[in-house]
Design a protein around this ligand. Sequence first.
Ligand code: HSE
Length: 417
Amino acid sequence: MTSHKELTIGLFGFGVVGEGLYKVLKQTSTLNASIKKICIKKENKKRDAPAELFTTDKNDLLNDDSINVIVEVINESEAAFEIVSVALKKGKAVVSASKKMIAEHLAELLKLQEETHTPFLCESSACASIPVIRNLEEYYDNDLLHSLRAVVNGSTNFILTKMFEDKIDFRDALMQAQQLGFAEADPALDVEGWDAVHKWVIILCHAYGIVSSSKEILFTGIQNINAGDANVGREKNYEIRLVAQAKKLLNGKIAAFVLPQFVQPNDLLAFVKNENNAVIIESGFADKQFFYGKGAGSFPTATAVLSDISALRYGYRYEYKKLYHQTPGILTTDFYVRIYLSFDEWNTIPREKFEWIEEWHSIVGRKYLVGVIHFGQLSQNNWWKENNTSLILTPDPIIEDIELRKLKKTSLKLAGV
Ligand code: HSE
């Protein structure tokens, strides 16, 4: 695509993001981009745009040769994948916000981009208004990227803030997130961590060249977190965040997961409230960087879509440098984590799986422990999600083999062995 090319857009979806984009584009006349047609599912809904723009036939967009950009912001991931595949094969550049679709079809999308040499941009799919994907692609060299820690789901962060700071109950907090347009059409995607892990799959690809799926990354959401957990956190001066984390271990492999985590007040993620998202990047020479901004909502997401549209004017496409030009990262489960678990009955917890248990408490009706466990013991099956068990990582949870041996020695010495 030549620079400053005129962009004629076919837009799929006119929900929170689609309508936001329509409005934002109207106010950005300098972009030389216009929407020619909008494909929607339900014909008879009242919409705040001229009726002649809308169609329910996807081929009106896909078969129109004058449309050179497809923007796809629909909810159904299989339909979205089909649209994107056809568009790329027809040489139309694609901008997509569909994190579920991208995470579920990552390998196929990479192949399609290679085969068609056509841009597929998705900045809005992870952390909405925070420009993290292009940053990871262009700025950070793989070898220097030590770790990423992030809040990538606005709804769960919003719910945690409302529950534990404003003392609003879970259902009401979720309802507010829905009304404000942050939550997914199926809110279980947010609450159970699916949305966060989908975003993490995308980010891991751009950060470390890892082509994975939600099956390979251990995750959960905030569904099991209860008031007792928040009370324990408060006693220890911790807050709770749903944290997506990735760390390059000493052996060069990557530890990655999405789990609730206790964060200390001086942790930058403690600063992240409501629907905001944030990413902390630790790299070799630059030390620590903190990206912060709105991770959900109409305009913040539309802005990221707009930025991708703008990048297309200059023929920008991801090179996937970490994947194709460097040695791609390899995921590992061979490390240890320090976890807090709360539960109803001791006999539901496989204590023998732990390396050691540092604290155990029995409060009326609810019990908890803090212990160190091999990560593989969590990834092998879901015992830690069952029987009303709540798992929260402690601050700085990752323990590598070498550290574990040192810690073990110290604890044996302390025990006089
Ligand atoms: N449901 C998503 C969230 C929307 O809450 O973060 C933005 O991707």
